[in-house]
Design a protein around this ligand. Sequence first.
Ligand code: SF4
Ligand code: SF4
Length: 80
Amino acid sequence: MGLGSLFKRNKNKNKKEEEIADSHIDINTEECGGCEKCSIACPNNVLIIVDDVSMVRDPQVCKSCKVCMAICPNDCITVN
Ligand code: SF4
Ligand code: SF4
C-alpha cells in the first residue's frame, strides 16, 4: 500500500523576461518627458510610451533610421 509520493516539483518559473540587453537604442528615461513624438514618428513602431516614458517595444524591428533621435526635443534617444 505504498503511497505514491506525489511530489510536484514546483519549480518556480521566476524566469524574468530578460530584457534584451543588446538593444542598440538607448533612452535616457530621466530626461524623457513622455511627449510621444518618438513613438509617433517611428516608422517601425519600435517605441512605446509607458508611464510617460518612452520604452523600446521591440528593438529587432528598428531600422536605425534615427528619426526618433532627430525628433526628440530632449535629446534623450541614442541609436547606435
Ligand atoms: S531609429 Fe528609426 S526605426 Fe529605430 S526606433 Fe528610431 S525611429 Fe524607430
Ligand atoms: S520624443 Fe523624447 S521626450 Fe518625447 S517621449 Fe520620445 S524620448 Fe521622451
